[in-house]
Design a protein around this ligand. Structure first.
Ligand SMILES: [Fe+2]
Length: 394
């Protein structure tokens, strides 16, 4: 077992149905002098009642509101820079993100840029900014991102056709309001894609080299919650309150896990595919999760075997080899039952595979892989994805 690393989670997390109703008091707690707040959403959210409900709460608390609803999937640096300019020109005292991972990441980076100036690329990597970001409140409306409890924002830089990570201690949200009831109107595809993104966060945290006892505990509990709840949430998220709560809990616990360990090859590939071809993050991870885990072979049998024994999927006395096979079968069975598009349907040009493989090795999380991953290893995974029908095919 790896030594316990410093565990950081400065975010105040309210994880329960109804926590969205605490929005105004969350602003009062982290930005007591704020008179004006910036509410960041996207076009999908704008069509729901949640922004109006946020506005009603904030106005009741005598806070004036500036709204920005133009965040796209795989948020772009230019959007974040525009958002930061709005925060500055409107002199807002707090930034609220209401949405999925794209909205949360864009708003998180904008809260930092608003006080530091400059462009996203100036702050690539960890701890590159000096000024404390604006107070930031994250309200996730999907069950996958985890961004509500992490210090990282992943942003697409169009000119480079790649994604960059911006990280820093000050970028942890001040408050996360994780309200399962906000998932009620989430379309089925997004339940499945974001739910499997959360599952990926947990499994990459659990099998990567940056794992530690705290992240293992969080990741194991996340897998437990997500595994049972995902099929139910996919079938009826609006009618099954228990599944909604389990999805919200699993997603946030998985965020805490990878925020204190790391992600690995699935994300190295999906972030590359998102940067080059705008493939939705959750969908890419959902498709890649099992093929990548299987490609790791015996290098993940220890942690996956432990997971299977801890969750009662395998006998307490079973070997790592047997128990990890059981874990892989169960995870693959879950993914198959949810009915994903094929990798081929993403229409990623095979002529670009070498470039995708190379760029994946340049991702900051490549070093956290359970086995050394060079371009050849990534290329093999990509080619296998288009190869003969895997054994999970009917
Ligand atoms: Fe992710």
């Amino acid at each position: 077992m790896a030594p316990l690393r410093a565990f950081r989670l400065p975010t105040r997390v309210l994880l329960e149905p109804g926590s969205f109703q605490r929005l105004a008091s969350a602003v009062a707690s982290c930005a007591p002098r704020a008179q004006r707040v910036l509410l960041v959403t996207d076009a999908g959210l704008k069509a729901t009642s949640w922004p109006r409900k946020a506005k009603e709460q904030l106005e009741k608390a005598a806070l004036s509101l500036v709204e920005f609803a133009e965040v796209e999937a795989n948020p772009r640096a230019s959007t974040v820079e525009r958002l930061a300019a709005v925060a500055r020109s409107e002199t807002v005292g707090c930034v609220i993100a209401l949405g999925g991972g794209s909205v949360l990441d864009a708003a998180k980076a904008a809260a930092m840029l608003a006080t530091n100036g400059g462009r996203c690329e100036d702050f690539e990597g960890a701890r590159s900014f000096v000024e404390k970001p604006l107070p930031f409140i994250a309200v996730p409306t999907t069950c996958g991102t985890g961004s509500e409890v992490t210090w990282v924002s992943v942003i697409s830089v169009e000119e480079r056709k790649s994604k960059i990570s911006i990280k820093g201690d000050g970028m942890f949200p001040d408050v996360a309001l994780v309200d399962p009831d906000l998932l009620i109107s989430l379309p089925r595809d997004l339940v499945v894609w974001t739910g499997l993104d959360a599952m990926t966060h947990a499994l990459e945290a659990l099998t990567g080299t940056a794992r530690n006892p705290a992240s293992d505990a969080l990741a194991t509990q996340a897998v437990r919650s997500l595994f049972d709840a995902l099929p139910r949430a996919a079938a009826d998220i609006s009618g099954d309150g228990e599944a909604r709560s389990a999805m919200a809990q699993g997603s946030t616990l998985a965020g805490m896990a990878f925020g204190n360990a790391d992600v690995a090859a699935v994300h190295c590939l999906s972030e590359t595919l998102g940067g080059l071809f705008d493939v939705p993050h959750g969908l890419a991870n959902a498709i890649l999760l099992v093929p990548v885990l299987r490609s790791h072979g015996s290098s993940v049998s220890g942690p996956l075997g432990e997971l299977a024994r801890n969750l009662g999927w395998a006998d307490a006395g079973s070997s790592d080899g047997e128990a990890s096979q059981e874990a892989l079968e169960r995870i693959e069975g879950l993914v198959d039952s949810l009915g994903l598009p094929t990798f081929a349907s993403l229409e990623v040009p095979t002529a670009e595979f070498s470039q995708i493989a190379l760029r994946s090795t340049q991702n900051g999380s490549n070093a956290s892989n359970p086995r050394p991953m060079g371009p050849e290893e990534y290329l093999q995974i990509l080619e296998n994805l288009l190869g003969p029908c895997p054994r999970s095919c009917p």
